[in-house]
Design a protein around this ligand. Structure first.
Ligand code: ZN
Ligand code: ZN
Length: 194
């Protein structure tokens, strides 16, 4: 059981299993824009503009309190749902808008730093390095394993119906909150690397 908690403590939950997961750092510009959207990017991004993420099936996620404080944003009208807490703007994680593609990329800010190695392993894949900040850029690693486990998570949860146990979508497959959709100019301003 890995604890999940927002910065202020109003939202609490847990991961009830660490079965089949990916631990990775994503340097894509969308993850960076999301961190900036929340207003405290240095709490989320590393020195090279990367976001540490744990990808896992949504059905392992359970909220214990503060579920009503969940919000979501989409960087564009076709973008992922990026979930965060409205109390203190802590990122929770990224999902597809389609409830049947049932993984979540949990952002490390809601996880327990001290238990990361124990619960998710010390091996961290490094992805989307072509948009990493700084010189030299980090070297990509672990992509093939990440893709294989990602497909495994999505396919087994689709076939086995595990996607229906997600706390983020209702029985008709709609997200439990109405996501805010950024305007193109809002997104453009969040993509500017200082
Ligand atoms: Zn909070
Ligand atoms: Zn990303």
């Amino acid at each position: 059981m890995h604890p999940i908690q927002c910065r202020c403590g109003a939202v609490k939950g847990q991961l009830e299993s660490n079965n089949t997961h990916n631990r990775l750092i994503c340097h894509c510009t969308d993850c960076r824009a999301f961190a900036r959207f929340l207003g405290n990017p240095s709490a989320v991004l590393d020195k090279q503009g990367g976001t540490e993420i744990v990808q896992i099936a949504q059905q392992h996620l359970r909220f214990l309190q503060g579920e009503e404080l969940l919000s979501a944003v989409r960087l564009s009208d076709k973008g992922m749902l990026r979930w965060y807490t409205s109390c203190c703007s802590t990122p929770i994680g990224n999902t597809m808008a389609d409830s049947k593609v049932s993984f979540i990329g949990l952002v490390h800010a809601c996880l327990d730093r001290e238990r990361m190695d124990r619960d998710f392993g010390a091996e961290i894949a490094v992805l989307n390095t072509d948009t990493a900040l700084g010189d030299p850029q980090p070297k990509q690693r672990g992509l093939v394993g990440v893709i294989a486990r990602f497909i495994w998570i999505v396919v087994t949860n689709r076939i086995g119906g595990g996607y229906r146990k997600s706390p983020l979508f209702d029985a008709s497959g709609l997200p439990r909150v109405v996501p805010k959709v950024l305007k193109p100019e809002e997104l453009a301003s969040l993509k500017v690397d200082a």
